[in-house]
Ligand binder design. Structure first.
Ligand code: 0GY
Length: 306
């Protein structure tokens, strides 16, 4: 019998019964950043993982998709599954063409294995530089992976802390595939949106034509989920950052939920509120359509109708 691993002490489970969003998503909206955790009885977590979450499998993910009014998902391999992509691939295969995947692979992956992932619906790999999630991110190994995936037309998803961008940007610019940055490069939102740190990030995006996920207000916010005086919405302090990216790069932005929200410590977001956040960062119909439908379709389902 399989024994389930105990969750990390203090682990916050994903939010059951999310509210009905008051913002109605446009037809064909895509969640470009979500994960599956297990279920571990079928897909055990990796021994080298840095956290042990609750289960959050494809059935719950697809139920959330339908509840929020989303059409499609891009399922990003979570570090708790290491380089064993089977839970993610199983979810993508089960979605009937309505999901794509982002894998974690080792440098010795073969062309045949990559082709099998591609056939399942994988369209990219993730390189993770967040030290609490991975032990090392050796650049030569990542270059090897980048060279192997580039011929498939895949892209590279980058996850890093904003303080590390100056040291990493030359390496990022040398990668031979399109780049997608998670969570706006994790800005410190207590600093000014026009300050040197976020400006450096924006110029990196501009010079390298990088896609940006305007995701995770709940992870970046200092003010949190409560509406502030005079403001009717959650995560107020993140709004100027998301809005700035959407205004400067309307054709390069992507949105997602980040469900089941690993490693949050102060609160678990109501995913309905995360959908409501979108209308504050994308303020015109045109921006909303690009962010939620046109951009992700171009990157993940090119040539397909919504
Ligand atoms: C996110 C953020 C986190 C975790 C992971 O793969 C992961 O474990 O992505 C995090 O802890 O910041 O994008 O889900």
């Amino acid at each position: 019998m399989h024994t389930l691993a105990p969750k990390t002490p203090g682990w916050l489970d994903w939010y059951e019964g999310p509210s009905e969003p008051t913002f109605r998503l446009p037809a064909g909206a895509v969640d470009t950043h979500c994960h599956v955790f297990g279920p571990q009885a079928e897909f055990p977590f990796a021994p080298q993982r840095k956290y042990t979450p609750c289960d959050g499998g494809k059935d719950q993910l697809f139920a959330l998709r339908d509840h929020l009014g989303l059409a499609r998902n891009v399922i990003v391999q979570a570090t708790c599954h290491g380089a064993d992509n089977s839970a993610m691939v199983d979810a993508v295969r089960s979605a009937g063409g309505r999901a794509r995947g982002i894998a974690t692979v080792r440098p010795d992956i073969t062309e045949a294995e990559l082709r099998e992932l591609d056939a399942a619906g994988v369209r990219g790999v993730r390189f993770n530089f967040v030290r609490r999630l991975v032990d090392t991110s050796p650049k030569d190994a990542l270059h090897t992976i980048a060279r192997k995936i580039a011929p498939l037309g895949w892209h590279i998803v980058l996850y890093f802390e904003s303080a590390d961008l100056p040291e990493l940007e030359e390496f990022f610019a040398s990668l031979p595939a399109p780049l997608v940055i998670d969570h706006m490069g994790r800005p410190d939102v207590s600093r000014p949106v026009d300050g040197p740190e976020f400006t450096r990030f924006l110029r990196f995006v501009e010079h390298n034509d990088v896609w940006v996920k305007v995701t995770c207000p709940e992870r970046l916010s200092v003010t949190g989920p409560a509406a502030l005086d005079g403001e009717q919405h959650a995560y107020t302090d993140v709004v100027p950052f998301g809005r700035r990216v959407v205004e400067e790069f309307p054709d390069l932005v992507l949105w997602g939920t980040d469900w089941p929200h690993p490693n949050l410590t102060d609160h678990m977001p109501d995913d309905g509120l995360l959908v409501d956040h979108v209308r504050h960062i994308a303020v015109t119909e045109e921006q909303r359509h690009k962010l939620l439908v046109a951009n992700p379709m171009r990157l993940y389902w090119p040539g397909e109708d919504v």
